[in-house]
Design a protein around this ligand. Structure first.
Ligand code: ZN
Length: 86
C-alpha cells in the first residue's frame, strides 16, 4: 500500500485558524450546562466550549461568518478599530 498523505489534507488551508486558549481555571456553568471560556490569542475572539459537545461556540458579538477564521476576524477587527478612533 502506498504511503498516504493524509496529514497534508487540510480543508481550510486558505485560512488561518484561531488559536484558542482556555481562559478560566475552573469550569463555568450556565443554563445550558458546564463550559470553559476560550479566547484566541491572536485576534481576541472568544467563546464557550460546553464540556458535553466539544465545539467552541463563539460569543454573540462574534457570530458573524467573518469571525470564523482568524485572518478574516483580525482584518475585520482592525477595520472596526479604525472607524471607532477619535
Ligand atoms: Zn483568532
Amino acid at each position: 500500500m502506498k504511503k498516504s498523505e493524509m496529514v497534508s489534507q487540510n480543508y481550510s488551508n486558505k485560512h488561518e485558524l484561531h488559536d484558542f486558549a482556555k481562559q478560566n481555571l475552573f469550569t463555568q456553568k450556565d443554563n445550558n450546562g458546564l463550559y470553559d471560556v476560550y479566547k484566541c490569542s491572536k485576534c481576541g475572539v472568544y467563546g464557550k466550549r460546553y464540556t458535553l459537545d466539544g465545539d467552541i461556540i463563539r460569543d454573540r458579538q462574534y457570530k458573524a461568518k467573518v469571525y470564523e477564521y482568524c485572518d478574516t476576524a483580525k482584518n475585520h477587527i482592525n477595520k472596526k478599530k479604525l472607524h471607532s478612533r477619535g
